[in-house]
Design a protein around this ligand. Structure first.
Ligand code: GTP
Ligand code: SPV
Ligand code: MN
Length: 594
């Protein structure tokens, strides 16, 4: 409990509005968590798994209509529509408070309300921030206990301050028609109703740590980004850190937990995971950019995860993990998902709880099924994980899922052209959000669904950060693991082998590593990528690095149309970068180009 009057008043207000039968203040103790888990087992919200094979592990099945983020029901509620920008859904704050008040009215009758104090970022860090989530979902409560730092210490850090984010969540009736994920940046408030899914309901994550935090970062001069943080230790050298922004379900967790290939291990390369989804980055005392992971756990995509693709994720999920919407193996009461192994269980229930076999003709696990696992389980968790200072970032890596256009890797000329590279990112949509999968859309900095204000201003903020960082700015790169051949098969082996690309990136950060200048930036020459021990020849690397002028001609058209949406808000520097790219591609500069 806390004596903080601003918290007490707000909890009182939410209690009178939602009218729960009972209020529980979550204290972060194992004893209380145990009682909450027991409650979840009795209501069926959690199913106990084989406690010998998977101690502390549970299965949760969500409502079948509530399995992913709902971008069309996600709103930024600031005073002026222009401040939300053309990439966000906007609602008027006053009207929205009124609409939502009606939906929250009595929504927790017959239920328990949990009050969860949580910290985003390490204890004792000047970069960390506090939130309080109120929820009527036990699943959300137990997930928050894994994903964030929860407990009495958070109240201590808060003291009597009013500087905390208000997060009110109710699963209500899980009614998709009345589902709202609303952000009120001017009030540090988030209201979420009628969904119980991760990104819609675990409000520390995308709602706070990205949408609200991006507004705070703009005002306070730092960056809140959809990025993994990875430490790479070359043989005999210091650990270097990279931060990488890939859109949802495009490989962050995998790269964050990368195991270098055998030949790299023999040389002595080591890797350390600092974070897999959210990086908060501040300029440190020495003028360099430092990153902390805002989270404490991993909310990772299950399908495709296996001992070969991501050994560390498999190891991380062997205890104290909640699995959501995966298949239940009835033979030994464990879990299964597509891509876990080649031997699907003979007796199983699918993610909806219906009898299932591999011959059923439908997936056993939902494509966006996930695991919620504590970071301390990860065998390669960085010793800097809890460091209040964070880690210094040498390189920022952008990347998307592109079958053809983007090459395996390239480096931007400087920070400004790096901001351009981030701003023109495109990627195929995935099952992480509702809607069509596999459609290419522009997803700048992998932040399209997560930037809490006008993205034109956001690009301007990135440019300003570069000015402040000067020659201490991280180098900026773009990668694409997802190029396909004429049969639609991935050409690059990916996963652990991505280390070969990281090696070139680190070399470039040290002023080493060969490169060719191309219209889009610096690319390694094919022989600059170490392919020793790979079943792949230099010719294929050449193909992976190819920049097809025809495809890029189409690409710049699409970028131009995207930029135009921002009108005056799009920084002129980015228009200039685009015009220069068009020129280098041999395209006439379109009329009206700025
Ligand atoms: P969010 O948690 O949604 O933000 O996603 P994420 O970026 O952490 O995605 P994750 O690492 O879980 O990747 C999800 C999908 O990408 C899975 O289907 C993986 O198999 C696939 N994937 C990851 N890395 C690679 C790679 O190097 N090559 C290929 N071909 N697929 C990859
Ligand atoms: C994503 O969709 O980018 C995720 C999962 O990391 S969620 O928490 O639902 O946003
Ligand atoms: Mn994510």
């Amino acid at each position: 409990m806390t004596a903080n009057l601003t918290v007490k008043e707000w909890v009182q207000k939410c209690t009178s509005l939602c009218r729960p039968d009972r209020v529980v203040w979550v204290d972060g103790s194992e004893e209380q968590a145990k009682a909450i888990r027991q409650e979840a087992l009795s209501t069926g919200e959690l199913i106990e798994l084989n406690q010998e094979k998977l101690p502390g592990c549970y299965l949760h099945r969500s409502d079948p209509d509530d399995v992913a983020r709902v971008e069309h029901r996600t709103f930024i509620c600031c005073e002026k529509e222009e401040d939300a920008g053309p990439t966000n859904n906007w609602l008027d704050p006053k009207e929205t408070y009124e609409t939502l008040e009606k939906l929250y009215d009595g929504c927790m009758a017959g239920r328990t309300m949990y009050v969860i104090p949580f910290l985003m970022g390490p204890y004792g860090s000047p970069s960390s921030k506090i939130g309080v989530e109120i929820t009527d979902s036990i699943y959300v409560t137990l997930s928050m206990l894994i994903m964030t730092r929860v407990g009495e210490r958070v109240w201590e850090e808060l003291g009597d301050s009013n500087d905390w984010v208000r997060c009110l969540h109710s699963k209500a009736q899980l009614d998709p028609e009345n589902r709202y994920i609303c952000h009120f940046p001017q009030d540090n408030t988030i209201l979420s109703i009628n969904s119980g899914y991760g990104g819609n309901a675990l409000m520390g994550k995308k709602c706070f740590a990205l949408r609200i935090a991006s507004c705070l970062a703009r005002d306070e001069g730092w960056l809140a980004e959809h990025m993994l943080i990875l430490g790479i230790q070359p043989p005999g050298g210091d650990v270097k850190y990279v931060a990488a922004a890939f859109p949802s379900a495009c490989g962050k967790t995998n790269l964050a937990m990368i195991i270098p290939p055998e030949i790299f291990q023999q040389k002595g390369y080591k890797t350390w995971c600092v974070g897999d989804d959210i990086a908060w980055m501040h300029i440190g005392k020495d003028g360099r950019l430092y990153a902390i992971n805002a989270e404490k756990g991993f909310f990772g995509v299950a399908p495709g995860t296996n001992a070969k693709s991501n050994y560390n994720a498999m190891a991380t999920t062997q205890k104290n993990t909640i699995f959501t919407n995966v298949a239940l193996n009835l033979d030994d009461n464990t879990v299964w998902w597509e891509g876990m192994n080649k031997t699907p269980p003979e007796h199983a229930l699918d993610w909806k709880g219906n009898p299932w076999t591999a011959e059923s003709g439908r997936p056993g696990a939902h494509p966006n099924s996930r695991f919620t696992a504590p970071s301390e389980n990860c065998p390669m968790i960085s010793p800097k994980f809890d460091d209040p200072e964070g880690v210094p970032i040498s390189a920022i890596i952008f990347g998307g899922r592109r079958a053809k256009t983007a090459p395996l890797v390239y480096q931007s000329r400087d920070w400004k052209s790096g901001v351009f590279v981030g701003s023109i990112m495109g990627s195929e949509t995935t099952a992480a959000a509702t809607g069509k999968v596999g459609v290419v859309r522009r997803d700048p900095m992998a932040m399209l669904p997560f930037c809490g204000y006008n993205m034109g201003d956001y690009f301007g903020h990135w440019l300003e950060m570069g000015e402040r960082l000067g020659d201490k700015a991280p180098k900026v790169f773009n990668v694409n693991w997802f190029r396909t051949d004429e049969n639609g098969k991935f050409i690059w082996p990916g996963f652990g082998e991505n280390m070969r690309v990281l090696e070139w990136i680190l070399a470039r950060c040290e002023g080493e590593g060969g490169a060719n200048e191309t219209p889009i930036g610096f690319e390694p020459r094919p022989e600059d990528i170490n392919i020793e021990g790979l079943d792949l020849d230099v010719e294929t690397v050449r193909q992976l690095l190819g920049v097809d002028p025809g495809l890029w001609k189409e690409e710049v058209k699409d970028i131009r149309a995207f930029y135009e949406k921002f009108g005056e808000k799009l920084p002129k520097e980015l228009w200039q970068e685009l015009a220069q790219l068009e020129e280098r591609l041999g395209l006439t500069v379109a009329e009206g180009a700025k």
